[in-house]
Design a protein around this ligand. Structure first.
Ligand SMILES: [Zn+2]
Length: 273
């Protein structure tokens, strides 16, 4: 962990004078106490822990006969987003998609580039552009370091910070980090972070061949789902997101056009089984 005492005490003073969740999150985002290297290390540790939790996470592994095809299809989407944009930390983070076979309508990202897509969400979507929207959104969380921002905010509110100031021994801090890493899979980001991920996602998508308005299509699917998907437990109201993404794209002068790759996507979904 980076010892960042000046910022820490500043944040601590902030904690004592400010109480609203939104304000604390804003403060945390401006004064993330973790380093870029911490993001990478936390993401790696969280990944190891998620992988070892075989009861809850069923990974698609190279043993699956279509693994290579599935993985390269997803990698290609991510590559299109990366090569058309200056995505923050793309040279240092390990932007990488992993596939979970659970029938959960959700996707999540931790820190340092690790993205996880569930079968449930891939099956629900209609075309590749919608999936690109989900991937771009999750990449937004990683690029803006929302996991460590949120951890910083939690430390402020939890008063853990005061404790951290006293400890300071490297081994003890490493233990703390290991304990924190697994929680990355369950972090719920604030509305501002979700909006930032939508904004970046839509902007990045608009530079690719995909129709960026399909990001709205994804939220419409979520909104109209018969059972409320898991996604809603970690994300704000889809109607607000649909409106927000539409207004952002219009403001940027982006036309409602671009590729959907519906047929390719249909074929891709078949590979999952
Ligand atoms: Zn999100």
């Amino acid at each position: 962990m980076k010892k960042h005492f000046v910022v820490l005490s500043y944040v601590l003073i902030g904690f004592m004078t400010l109480s609203s969740c939104k304000t604390v999150r804003k403060l945390a985002a401006d004064h993330n106490i973790y380093s870029i290297q911490d993001d990478i290390e936390l993401g790696r540790q969280a990944d190891q822990q998620i992988r070892s939790d075989i009861k809850n996470y069923k990974f698609l592994t190279p043993k699956h006969r279509n693994y290579k095809q599935v993985k390269s299809y997803l990698d290609r989407i991510q590559q299109r987003i990366l090569s058309a944009n200056d995505v923050p930390y793309e040279d240092v983070f390990n932007y990488n998609i992993q596939i979970l076979k659970n029938d959960v309508v959700n996707a999540f990202a931790t820190a340092g580039g690790y993205l996880y897509l569930y079968y449930g969400i891939m099956n629900m979507l209609d075309n590749e552009a919608q999936l690109a929207g989900v991937i771009a959104h999750e990449m937004g969380h990683v690029a803006h370091r929302h996991a460590t921002n949120e951890m910083t905010a939690q430390q402020i509110t939890g008063g853990l910070l005061a404790l951290g100031l006293k400890i300071g021994k490297a081994e003890e801090q490493a233990e703390q980090v290991a304990g924190l890493a697994y929680n990355l899979a369950f972090l719920k980001y604030g509305r501002d972070a979700e909006e930032q991920a939508d904004l970046s996602g839509a902007t990045w998508l608009s530079k690719t061949q995909y129709n960026p308005y399909e990001m709205q299509g994804f939220f419409k699917k979520i909104r109209d789902a018969k059972r409320p998907p898991e996604f809603l437990s970690t994300h704000p109201d889809p109607n607000n997101r649909i409106t927000y993404i539409g207004s952002v794209l219009k403001k940027m002068g982006v036309k409602n056009q671009g590729k959907l790759y519906e047929q390719e996507y249909k074929a891709f979904k078949k590979l999952l089984y």
